[in-house]
Write a protein that binds this ligand. Structure first.
Ligand code: NAD
Ligand code: TYD
Length: 342
């Protein structure tokens, strides 16, 4: 199978490419189109550089020339499956500046879809990676795929735009589009701006853990390996024009996650620093995942074991995250702006 994976230098994309090579070996050919924004780290997949079935292409999904080149495949032989992970992904950053979110998460999807039309007869799947955040917040119960979208922040609004644009191109032009809406991922290689890697690495350095609001916001945590396996399953068994929720079934309050991280690292609870809440902070995300289960896939990784594995990964891979937290001027400027006066 010939894959075009966008955003493959980021957290989930790099895990997905590794998943493909582990599962399919040389039978998978992968082009990784990535703009290398602050969140893109090409070295995440250093072990595949130079292999004949892997090609890294630095480029922008919103740039038609880059996208045309990417669809040509590893050696000009074309693409069977597109999986679009490329996005601006951090809610807090979308509160500071939303323009790049619209440019990548909406317009970039459009450019990828326009190129897909030119490859339509041969293209087998176009998977748009969306998010549970497009449904908005829910106090009780869970969202199903047919529920109305109610994004409540600039990140989720832009993701909803890309989600519906992909669906619309499936309806209008008959493209083989599948939309997936996953819950909060965690695991190795997650950029240390997100809750779990930020708190793990701050705790390792005895720095404060800035817990927003009352710490009782709920997220459903999905181990990244389960997410990758679900996407691979849907490429094989999903139905075009359908949307699938992918949830971990692990709803936890942020403060519970925080206590568990401190426990695993044997650090004191005094590191927790309650700070001002995120503007428009969604209270709870929750997905009904029965559609995917009926098709035959269930996420089955044990949450506690996966969190422990993830914490261990950050402990054992200090150079990876120190390169970001200590040597990236961009990260330090962001951290200062986001947390200094909170
Ligand atoms: P990430 O921020 O770690 O990585 C994003 C990657 O996209 C980076 O490598 C970046 O360089 C690249 N990129 C950004 N703009 C680009 C552009 N214009 N052209 C090409 N590449 C570009 O993100 P992630 O957490 O791995 O998320 C991947 C996808 O999964 C996103 O679409 C996100 O919305 C979705 N998602 C994430 C989660 C989560 O919990 N992380 C949950 C559900 C859905
Ligand atoms: P995050 O990892 O940014 O993912 P998302 O906002 O997409 O769900 O945040 C997860 C939860 O953790 C969310 O409720 C906000 C909270 N949070 C904090 O309390 N402190 C922080 O420093 C961060 C980054 C997040």
């Amino acid at each position: 199978m010939r894959y075009l994976v966008t955003g493959g230098a980021g957290f989930i994309g790099s895990n997905f490419i590794r998943f493909l090579f582990n599962k399919y070996g040389d039978d998978a050919q992968v082009v990784n189109l990535d703009k290398l924004t602050y969140a893109g780290i090409r070295e995440n997949l250093a072990e595949y550089e130079g292999k004949p079935n892997y090609r890294f292409l630095e480029g922008d999904i919103a740039n038609p020339a880059d996208v045309t080149e990417a669809y040509r495949g590893v050696d000009g032989n074309g693409t069977d499956v597109v999986v679009n992970f490329a996005a601006e992904t951090h809610v807090d950053r979308s509160l500071m500046e939303a323009g790049t979110f619209i440019q990548t998460d909406v317009h970039g999807v459009l450019v990828l879809l326009e190129e897909a039309r030119r490859h339509a007869p041969k293209l087998r799947r176009f998977v748009q990676i969306s998010t549970d955040e497009v449904y908005g917040s829910i106090d009780d119960g869970s969202f199903s795929e047919g529920d109305p979208l109610n994004p409540r922040n600039p990140y989720s609004a832009s993701k909803a735009g890309g989600d519906r644009m992909a669906y619309a191109y499936g309806q209008t032009y008959g493209l083989p589009v599948i939309v997936t809406r996953a819950s909060n991922n965690f695991g190795p290689y997650q950029y240390p701006e997100k809750l779990i890697p930020l708190f793990v690495t701050n705790a390792m350095d005895d720095l404060p853990l800035p817990l927003y609001g009352d710490g009782k916001n709920v997220r459903d945590w999905l181990f990244v390996d389960d997410h990758c396996a679900a996407i691979d399953f849907l490429i094989e068994y999903g139905t075009n024009s359908e949307t699938y929720n992918i949830g971990g079934g692990n709803e936890r309050e942020n403060r519970e996650i925080t206590y568990r991280i401190l426990e695993l690292l044997k650090k004191p609870e005094s590191l927790i620093k309650p700070v001002g809440d995120r503007q428009g902070h969604d209270r709870r995300y929750s997905l009904d995942t029965r559609k995917l289960e009926r098709l035959g896939f269930k996420c089955d990784t044990d949450f506690d074991a996966a969190l422990e594995r993830t914490v261990r990964w950050y402990v054992e891979n200090e150079p990876w995250w120190r390169a970001i937290k200590e040597r990236s001027a961009e990260f330090r400027a962001y951290y200062e702006k986001q947390y200094a006066n909170r």
